[in-house]
Write a protein that binds this ligand. Structure first.
Ligand code: BGN
Length: 283
């Protein structure tokens, strides 16, 4: 008996499944000069309101929510969207870009914003996203072979960054850009909500993954290449060392299960969905 291959499968609209490895992938350049969002919006009419896209001629293999924690980086937003949309479209994935902004003035809480992005993005997708890519706004991928999908194990994507001399600062680094499946992310109870200020929240996620017996994978350093946009350094959180020692004890009591925030709005712009929330203790 002949068993039809994946590539010949058809869906309701009789579209073939997209190739496992889309055509014409390789190194790309980044435009890091200041630009207007209005101008970027005009360049990508094929992107649907909310920053959603699915390939027109084939059924995507991956449904990916790109979750971007955000505050005070408006100059980066246009550059990021201008880079990411063509990059992701070329990969023939179905995706949505979610910019999750902290509205209050307490210290930036990157991890909590990513938890909120996870929860809110799921509400915006019938059937739900299966893959989540948590993405700093200042990192632009420079090779489209760096596929924005979720393999069997969590993947650290931004392994090779120009500002870090294209080397891993340490083995267990899981910051910058990371990919996790729905199952992986929920099994570890998401990120910790307790890291206010710079540093450690990504290491905390690394510990969570290890505790649940996952192991972090990476693409080859020549493919996982990123360029970083310039910005001022933020103040490190002095409590991060102590928090990190507590991760394995507190995993069940700190994360998606205890996430509380006050949603200001979820707005669909042409190239992204804007999630705005108050997240500090007062909210
Ligand atoms: C590490 C930070 C990470 C950050 C990387 C790269 C901490 C915890 C103290 C052990 N970790 O030092 O959060 O992603 O640098 O900049 O500060």
């Amino acid at each position: 008996n002949l068993v039809s291959e994946d590539t010949t499968q058809v869906n309701e609209q009789s579209m073939p499944v997209c190739d496992e490895v889309p055509p014409d992938l390789g190194p790309v350049t980044a435009n890091k000069t200041e630009m207007e969002l209005d101008w970027v919006e005009k360049k990508y009419p094929e992107v649907d309101s909310g920053g959603f896209y699915s390939p027109p001629n084939c059924t995507a293999r991956h449904k990916v929510a790109i979750i971007v924690p955000f505050r005070d980086r408006h100059q980066h937003l246009a550059i990021f969207l201008n880079h990411m949309h063509p990059f992701l479209m070329k990969q023939q994935i179905e995706y949505g870009i979610f910019i999750v902004e902290q509205n209050d003035t307490s210290a930036f809480n990157r991890a909590k914003l990513m938890n909120i992005g996870f929860v809110e993005s799921q509400k915006k997708k019938p059937g739900g996203w299966q893959c989540f890519i948590f993405h700093d706004i200042d990192l632009l991928p420079l090779d489209s072979r760096n596929l924005y999908s979720c393999p069997e194990q969590p993947r650290h994507m931004s392994a090779s960054i120009d500002k870090l001399k294209f080397t891993l600062p340490y083995d267990g680094i899981f910051g910058g850009v990371s990919a996790m499946t729905l199952e992986q992310f929920t099994k570890v109870n998401g990120f910790s909500n307790r890291y206010w200020g710079w540093g450690g929240e990504d290491d905390d996620m690394f510990h969570r993954m290890k505790k649940m017996h996952y192991h972090i994978t990476r693409y080859n350093m020549s493919i996982a290449v990123y360029t970083m946009l310039d910005h001022e350094e933020s103040a490190p959180n002095p409590k991060r060392f102590k928090l990190l020692l507590e991760t394995s004890k507190t995993l069940e009591k700190d994360g998606l299960s205890t996430l509380k925030y006050d949603l200001v709005h979820v707005e669909q712009h042409h190239l992204y969905t804007h999630v705005l929330a108050n997240i500090d203790e007062r909210s």
